[in-house]
Design a protein. Structure first.
Length: 86
């Protein structure tokens, strides 16, 4: 995990932005980028924000084509929204 605890969160967000900036730099126009996170300290919104920041840095436009969730062996439980991180 890039963010094994809350203290590592800001460093992980910066790393995700750098990773996605590099990836978007080589994606051809019309191509696809798959961005994933496996850390309960990085929300789906956080990940999307890093991808959007990366797109701005590279100067390209992006469109969310789909948002997938983890398989049934990673249920999202009431009272534990942090479980919705995959």
């Amino acid at each position: 995990s890039m963010a094994p605890n809350e203290r590592a969160r800001s460093r992980a967000l910066k790393a995700y932005t750098e990773l996605n900036t590099g990836a978007l730099g080589v994606v051809r126009p019309g191509g696809l980028l798959l961005a994933c996170s496996c850390s309960s300290h990085i929300s789906g919104r956080d990940l999307r924000t890093t991808v959007e920041a990366s797109a701005r840095q590279v100067g390209c436009s992006i469109e969310l084509e789909s948002r997938e969730r983890a398989a049934s062996d990673h249920p999202i439980r009431k009272g534990f929204p942090e479980g919705d991180y995959l």
